[in-house]
Design a protein around this ligand. Structure first.
Ligand code: KIV
Ligand code: ZN
Length: 511
């Protein structure tokens, strides 16, 4: 008999703690809808007390989702719990996740709390949360570095106070599979309760063991796995949920457990997160990497042609990877374009489709064949432009002398006001970026500049990612265009614009 493993997605909370990742309000809503389509059981939509931006998006996600539980994070602080209640109260299934660090290093160096004070705080705040929520999840942060007898005491206190989900975070990715699994076994043997308690695993990937530790937790009775798409998150990231879902599916002979994940939506979901986070998945990444289903060596190719199962333990179709792509071209009409959007998982209204079709035609005039990746880039570029506070209106470059370049940049804000400035620099990009800095009148530090081609071939579009530091804030921007310099300029303007809209600084919970 197979039993159900709940998938708890924290892409919008722990995933957003990835350095340089700042999802916009619209992006958070779109991610939440896609996660619901993918079939997760619970979405941790944010940490509502941390900023009004987080509060508003948790509230909007709660009002939008129709089947999935929406959870908010809270410290052991009453105003945090109130903020989760207020922001999730309209969700079909509102949930709360209360946490407090329990390990000696956190007690002594961060919280300055004795063991007794930690226990008292757990008791008080879990009990307080049960006044507004049917299901309360408690996490002893840094559980894997907590003395086991004290961890048991903390969990017993939370369960006695009404917690029905106990999450065991390996906060710093320190544990290994047999050790982590044993914690789950010990807790189930030690905790006394007359109500059902679900044990949940939450792993970080500092030693590259997050998925292995999560699978070990399942082998030892965990019924919920927390993680993110593509494994994004603080430092080395969190458990990659797509790997857990496929691991359980492909090796059901061993695990005997199933999730309710709609596996065919895996690739679409992963692509969406990669785009909005601005973090491409490595080519060799399990399940969703570009190479995950390609075969290079002649022997492997020969085997796969004779029988795919010789070298494939799952089909690309199972996770929604399309192997036989039908590219569009100059002669493709509205109908073919619209079908392609649907096939790629986009839900675009008729008005928007008209605009996208015009832009598709412009690309098709420049490129022999328009691939799926071009279409993804087109949508991404349009979304960026639609949400942009500032747009690049014009860019002009001129060679000066001694290798110097001069750039004139014109940008426009949402109200139609234009701003322009010029600057020289030791190269084209430097002069463009100097001119943009002058428009915004800000000092910046360029942390990362990455240029990728959307597809193969010399007619490919360029996708530029920048990461800049303004004051103590790191912001990112993406620009897509056939012209590399224009793509570079767009990405830089977007990063500046994000700084403007992020007037509320992202607050990390571990700081
Ligand atoms: O990693 C961690 O400890 C967390 C907690 C908030 C559960 O993310
Ligand atoms: Zn975490």
């Amino acid at each position: 008999m197979t039993s159900h493993i709940q998938i708890f997605d924290t892409t919008l909370r722990d995933g957003e703690q990835t350095p340089g990742v700042n999802f916009s309000f619209d992006e958070r809503l779109k991610i939440a809808k896609q996660l619901e389509k993918w079939g997760v059981d619970i979405i941790e939509a944010g940490f509502p007390a941390s900023s009004s931006g987080s509060f508003k998006s948790v509230e909007a996600i709660s009002k939008t989702l129709t089947t999935t539980a929406v959870c908010g994070l809270a410290r052991c602080v009453k105003k945090d719990i109130d903020a989760v209640y207020q922001s999730t109260k309209e969700a079909v299934k509102p949930r709360i996740h209360v946490f407090l660090a329990t390990s000696p290093i956190h007690r002594d160096s961060k919280l300055m709390m004795s063991k007794e004070e930690v226990l008292a705080s757990i008791k008080e705040h879990v009990a307080y949360a049960t006044e507004c929520f049917d299901v309360v999840q408690f996490s002893p942060e840094d559980a894997t570095r907590t003395e086991l007898p004290f961890l048991i005491e903390c969990v017993q206190t939370a369960v006695d106070a009404g917690a029905s989900v106990i999450n065991i975070p390996d906060t710093v990715g320190f544990s290994y599979p047999t050790e982590y699994g044993k914690i789950f076994k010990t807790l189930q043997e030690s905790i006394k309760t007359n109500h059902e308690v679900i044990y949940s695993a939450h792993c970080h990937d500092d030693l590259g063991l997050a998925v292995a530790n999560s699978m070990s937790a399942i082998e030892n009775g965990a019924k919920r796995i927390e993680g993110t798409l593509n494994g994004i998150g603080e430092r080395a990231g969190n458990t990659a949920l797509e790997e857990v879902a496929l691991g359980l599916y492909v090796r059901q002979d061993h695990y005997g457990n199933q999730t309710q994940i709609n596996l065919e939506e895996t690739k679409n979901t992963s692509d969406l997160i990669a785009r909005y986070a601005g973090i491409r998945v490595p080519r060799n990444k399990a399940i969703v990497g570009q190479n995950a289903f390609s075969h290079e060596s002649g022997i492997h190719q020969d085997g796969v042609l004779k029988n795919p199962e010789t070298y494939e333990i799952m089909t690309p179709q199972l996770v929604g990877v399309k192997t036989t792509e039908l590219p569009l071209g100059k002669l493709s009409g509205k109908h073919a374009f619209s079908e392609k959007l649907v096939a790629l998982g986009y839900d675009v209204d008729a008005e928007e489709q008209k605009e996208l079709f015009k832009q598709f035609k412009t690309i098709a005039d420049k490129k022999k064949s328009v691939t799926d990746r071009d279409i993804h880039a087109l949508i991404q570029g349009t979304e960026h432009e639609q949400n942009a506070i500032y747009k690049v209106e014009a860019l002009q470059l001129q060679f000066v002398s001694n290798g110097l370049q001069s750039a004139v940049v014109v940008i426009q804000d949402k109200d139609g006001n234009t701003y322009q400035d010029s600057s020289i620099g030791t190269g084209s990009i430097v002069s463009v970026y100097n001119a943009v800095d002058r428009i915004f009148n800000r000092k910046t530090e360029l942390i990362d500049y990455r240029i990728e081609s959307v597809t193969e071939g010399t007619d490919a579009q360029a996708e530029v990612h920048v990461q800049i530091k303004i004051g103590d804030q790191i912001v990112t921007g993406v620009g897509i265009d056939h012209d590399i310099l224009l793509a570079s300029c767009k990405s830089y303007v977007e990063a500046h614009a994000k700084y403007v809209s992020n007037s509320e600084v992202k607050e990390g919970i571990h700081s």
